[in-house]
Design a protein around this ligand. Sequence first.
Ligand SMILES: *Cc1c(COP(=O)(O)O)cnc(C)c1O
Length: 360
Amino acid sequence: MARVYNFSAGPSMLPLPVLEQAAREMTDYQGSGMSVMEMSHRSKQYDAIITAAFASLRELMQIPDNYKILFLQGGASTQFAAVPLNLIGKTGKADYIVSGQFSKKAYKEAQKYGDIRLVASGEDNGFSKIPEVKRGDFSADASYAHICFNNTIFGTKYPYIPDTGDVPLVADLSSCILSEPVDVSKFGVIYAGAQKNMAPAGLTVVIVREDLLGASLPCTPVMLDYQTMADNNSMYNTPPCYAIYIAGLVFDWLLSTGGLSARKAINEKKAALLYDYLDSQSFYKAKADKSCRSMMNVTFVTGDEEKDKLFCAEAAKEGLLSLKGHRSVGGMRASIYNAMPIEGVEKLVDFMQKFAKENA
Ligand SMILES: *Cc1c(COP(=O)(O)O)cnc(C)c1O
C-alpha cells in the first residue's frame, strides 16, 4: 500500500528514509544480531547510539557548551511539573504567559509549587493571537518566565522571543523544535515532546543552561530532577532507548539535508502554499491572526460544521489523513512538520480548491 499524507498533530509523520533505515536494522542492528529494542542500554553499542544522538542534536541546533541536553520520558506534560520543581526554588515565584491550552495546563500545574503570576493571556480572543509583552511586564524577582512557543491546537506561534531581562526564559517547543534555527542562548530551558517533529512518542528532550541546575525543590522526585539526569547522561534509569535511536536517525537526516536553515526554507514554502491559498479565497477562513501564524500547524474552518466534517471525510478518501481540528476547537488543522513533503501540501491545496468548488 502506498503511504498516505498524514497531517496528524502528533504522533505524526517521520521521514521515509529514517523509517526505511530502521526497517533494515530492525532485526539485526549493525551485525549485533539483535534489534536496538532488545539491546542493554549499558552496552557499548547502545552507548554509541545515544552519544551520537546527543552530538547530532547539539550540532543541529548549535547548542552552546554551557547547556546540557537531557533525554527524558513522560512527555512535555511532565515538564509542566518538572520545570517549577527544578527552577522555582530560587525565589518561589514564576511568570507565565497563557497563549493556548498547553501553556494553560503548564500554568495550572505550576501553581502547586509556588507563587505563579499570569503575565498575559490570549484567552479573551480565543487564542487566535499571541499576547504582546514587553520586558517591563515580567517580574524582576521571578525564578523564570514560561511560554509555549508554538501553539499546536490553535496554530499560532510567537513572532518574536520575549525579552525577559535577566529572568531565564523557559519555552515549550514541542511542535516547532527543529523546524527552523533558534538561538538557544536566549533560553534558560527548552523542552519538547518528541512525537511531533523528532521521533516516536516516549522521548522528551530538555535543553537546560548549566547554571540553572542543582536548585530543585527538596520534594522533587529523583526522576524529574534535571541535575540527576544530567549527572547520569540521561541514564539514571533505562532511557527510552528505541525512541532515542530513531531521534538520532532524524537528527542525521536533517543534518544531511542542509540543517535547520535549509529546513526552514522548505517549511516556509510549505506553509506559504496553504496560507496564500487561504488568503486568496472566501470559502475557508484561516483561524490564526496573520501576525502570528504557525509554520507547523495550519488551522482553518469553512464556517459550517457539517462541511468541515465532510471535508475531512472526503480528504481521507484522497489519502490526506488526520485533518480534523483538535476536539476542543473543531474545524481543520493541517500539521505540516518536517517529514511532510511539499507534494503532500500541494495535494492538499488542490483538494481544498476542488472541495470549495463542489461545496460553495
Ligand atoms: C503535544 C504538546 C504537548 C503535550 O505533549 P505530551 O508529550 O503529550 O505530554 C505540550 N505542549 C505542546 C506545545 C504540544 O504540542
